[in-house]
Design a binder for this molecule. Structure first.
Ligand SMILES: [Zn+2]
Length: 319
C-alpha cells in the first residue's frame, strides 16, 4: 500500500511524505490513535518505505524488499505485539536492543514495529530508552498505541508523534465500498455512520454482521421447525437493534426457506435447519414460511418501526 492510498489524515500524510522525500525519516516514530484508525497499516507502509531497495521513489511496491514486506516475511522487519504475552517485556526489549546493532540482512535498513505499546511496562520502556538515545544508523522504531501520553516522557521526547483520527464519514464510505463491493449502499452508509468514520471498526462490523446474521437466521428457522414460540420471540426481538442487520438476517432466512422447499422435493441442502424443516413440514407450509420471509423483506424496504416489525414477524412466522 502506498502512503497516498492511506485514507484521509492529510496532515500526517503530508508530514510523512516530506520526510520520505527528504530522506529525513525520524528514527523513532510513535503512531497514536484509537483502535481502528489505521495505526498498524501506517506502520506497515513506513516499514515498506524503509526496506525498499528501489532507486526511485519508495516504497516502489515492486522490488523484492517491498514484496516481502507486503507478505510480512521480510527478514529486516521485526514485529512485537504488546497484546501477546512477553513480546514487549524487559527481556524482549533487551534482545531487540542488542539485535538492532546487527546489520540488516538484505534491505538498506532494519525496522522494528512495536504494536500496542500501552502494554509496555516502565522497566521495559527504560531499557528501550538506551537504544533510542543513540539509535544505530539505518534502524527505525515504530511504536503504536492509543495515546502517546501512556509512555514515559523520556521515550516520547525522543520520537516524532503522528496522531491518527477517524476520517470523515463520506471518506469512510468510499473506502468501504472498495473493500466490500458485494454490500449494498445502505449497509455501507450505515456502517460508516455508526462507526463515525472509524474504518477499522466499520470493517469489523461489516464482517461480523454477515456471520452473526447468518447464524441468527438459522436459529430463527430452527425455532419455527421446533415450534418453540419463546425461542422465536427472543430471537426475532434481536432484529430490533439495527435495520441493516435485520435485512441481512431476513435475506438469509429467504435463502433458507427456498432451500427447505427444494429439499422437500429431494434437492441437497447444506443447512441442517432447512433439512429438518423439509422433513417435518409439508411443502405448502414451507412455501408459506418462504412467503412470510419475502413479505418481511418488503416491509423492511419501507421505513418501518423496528419494534413493530419484530412483533409482526414473530406472529407471522408462528401462524
Ligand atoms: Zn521497493
Amino acid at each position: 500500500m502506498l502512503l497516498s492510498e492511506f485514507i484521509a489524515n492529510q496532515n500526517v500524510k503530508k508530514e510523512l511524505s516530506e520526510c520520505m522525500e527528504n530522506n529525513s525519516l525520524p528514527h523513532t516514530i510513535i503512531i497514536e490513535g484509537e483502535n481502528g484508525t489505521g495505526k498498524k497499516t501506517l506502520a506497515n507502509i513506513i516499514a515498506e518505505y524503509c526496506v525498499c531497495s528501489s532507486d526511485g521513489s519508495s516504497p516502489c511496491g515492486i522490488c523484492s524488499d517491498c514484496i516481502k514486506a507486503k507478505k510480512n516475511i521480510h527478514p529486516d522487519i521485526f514485529i512485537a505485539d504488546g497484546n501477546n504475552s512477553g513480546e514487549l517485556s524487559i527481556d524482549s526489549i533487551r534482545s531487540i536492543r542488542s539485535s538492532a546493532y546487527i546489520k540488516p540482512n538484505e534491505a538498506p535498513a532494519k525496522v522494528y514495529i512495536l504494536l500496542n505499546c500501552e502494554n509496555m511496562l516502565i522497566p521495559a520502556q527504560n531499557a528501550f530508552l538506551k537504544v533510542l538515545e543513540e539509535p544505530p544508523e539505518n534502524v527505525f522504531f515504530i511504536m503504536t498505541l492509543p495515546s502517546a501520553s501512556l509512555l514515559l516522557n523520556t521515550v516520547r521526547s525522543r520520537a516524532r508523534i503522528f496522531s491518527l483520527y477517524p476520517v470523515p464519514v463520506k471518506d469512510a464510505e468510499t473506502e468501504l465500498r472498495k473493500r466490500f463491493p458485494e454490500k449494498n449502499n445502505e449497509e455501507i452508509i450505515n456502517a460508516a455512520t455508526v462507526c463515525a468514520g472509524n474504518i477499522g471498526m466499520a470493517i469489523l462490523m461489516l464482517n461480523s454482521g454477515v456471520n452473526e446474521a447468518s447464524e441468527l437466521a438459522e436459529s430463527i428457522y430452527s425455532s419455527i421447525t421446533l415450534s418453540n414460540e419463546y425461542m422465536l420471540l427472543t430471537l426475532t426481538s434481536r432484529l430490533a437493534k439495527n435495520r441493516t442487520f435485520a435485512v441481512n438476517v431476513i435475506d438469509r432466512l429467504i435463502e433458507l426457506s427456498a432451500e427447505a422447499v427444494k429439499a422437500s422435493v429431494g434437492a441437497e441442502t447444506f443447512s441442517s435447519a432447512a433439512e429438518n424443516a423439509a422433513k417435518r413440514f409439508s411443502r405448502t407450509r414451507l412455501m408459506k414460511i418462504q412467503n412470510t420471509a419475502q413479505k418481511a423483506r418488503d416491509i423492511l424496504n419501507i421505513n418501518v418501526n423496528m419494534n413493530f416489525f419484530c412483533t409482526w414477524l414473530c406472529a407471522a412466522l408462528r401462524s
